[in-house]
Design a protein around this ligand. Structure first.
Ligand SMILES: [Zn+2]
Length: 344
């Protein structure tokens, strides 16, 4: 990768700038050097807690975890970065059409449903084209638990971490937001109207304001019996987003027995069904129904066995945060209100 080096206008330190980075931050004094494309977009930050507090959050989570409680592991490393995210305050209006299914007299009926979309919300999208940091997906869900503050109001030295490059400009962020809106709002509509499917989603969106949020994301590596495992921690609270865990011997044995059990079950169903089909059943209609039932039961048992066999060879479990801990979009808007007022 090529760099351009120039002096920071505030502290004079040499800064390496990647040509495609739209927001360079001096790692010494924290001065912001935005590229022309995003010069007007304000920058806000959730300040990171210290390395010790992040590690303490990992230890606390392990102490409460069913599998990891009492396990002796060692913390190897803990590194934090600020991940840049575009937070878009948008108004979305349009219509949706969908359906709900219902059983009546042995047939399935699709009942059409439709409604209006009229909603204001805060929609985050990553400000990086290839954002795939471990824990990033979970971070999107807890983003507004901490109140962001304007970047320049903080003393950078006390919260400094490397800042990942912003390589997505505003028009690219617009396009990404449009793609994500259907997922975000569509999911809410499905849940609110208990729909079985959405057939049409048509909406216009107006982005009313936008800022770049720098959010601290830590990767903590711990070792256990020669293996090393990652834990993703959001550094604002701090709290664990996702953790890799070793697969213990007792779990392997359990999975091994489950695989055998399910395979034997599939065999028994097959064996037993011959007797039922050709000895006990008399009319062909009944036989047809039984046959379908048998095939479904065998497939279910084989799928279970296949799943367990796959888990048996896995050496790492990944546990994310529970859904109950995730904040909904409604809460996010309320929390950011003060910030949006300041931006106007
Ligand atoms: Zn500087």
């Amino acid at each position: 990768m090529s760099f351009v080096t120039y002096s920071c206008r505030t502290c004079g330190a040499g800064i390496d700038v990647q040509p495609d980075n739209l927001l360079t931050i001096c790692e010494y004094c924290g001065d912001i050097h935005p590229a022309k494309d995003i010069g007007e977009v304000p920058v806000h930050i959730v300040p990171s807690r210290s390395r010790d507090e992040v590690i303490a959050a990992v230890n606390q989570r392990m102490a409460q975890d069913r599998d990891m409680r009492g396990v002796r592991y060692e913390i190897g490393s803990a590194e934090g970065v600020y991940v840049p995210i575009y937070v878009n305050h948008a108004y979305v209006r349009g219509r949706w059409e969908g359906y709900k299914t219902r059983r009546q007299n042995k047939t399935t009926i699709k009942e059409p449903r439709s409604g209006a979309i009229d909603q204001r919300g805060d929609f985050p999208v990553p400000a990086r084209k290839h954002a795939h940091e471990f824990g990033l997906a979970q971070l999107g869900r807890v983003l507004f638990r901490c109140q962001p503050v304007p970047f320049r109001t903080l003393d950078w030295k006390s919260i400094a971490l490397p800042v990942l490059a912003v390589d997505m400009d505003e028009s690219e962020a617009d396009a990404l937001l449009s793609d994500n809106l259907i997922d975000l709002i569509g999911e809410q509509i499905r849940a609110a109207h208990s729909l079985d499917g959405i057939t049409r989603f048509e909406a216009d969106r107006w982005i009313q304001s936008r800022f770049i949020l720098l959010y601290p994301l830590w990767t903590v590596i711990y070792t256990y019996r020669g293996g090393s495992y990652r834990v993703a921690v959001e550094g604002g609270t701090p709290s664990v987003l996702a953790a890799m865990e070793p697969v213990f011997l007792s779990q392997r044995i359990g999975r091994f027995l489950a695989t055998i059990g399910l395979t034997v079950t599939a065999g028994l169903i097959w064996y037993g069904s011959w007797w039922v089909l050709f000895v006990a059943a008399h009319d062909s209609d009944e036989m047809g129904k039984l046959f379908i039932g048998v095939i479904v039961a065998i497939l279910a048992a084989m799928t279970g066995a296949w799943h367990m066999a796959g888990k048996m060879v896995a050496s790492v479990n990944v546990e994310g945060i529970a859904d109950a801990q995730m904040d909904g979009l409604k809460g996010q808007t309320a929390k950011l209100k003060a910030l949006w007022r300041r931006l106007k």
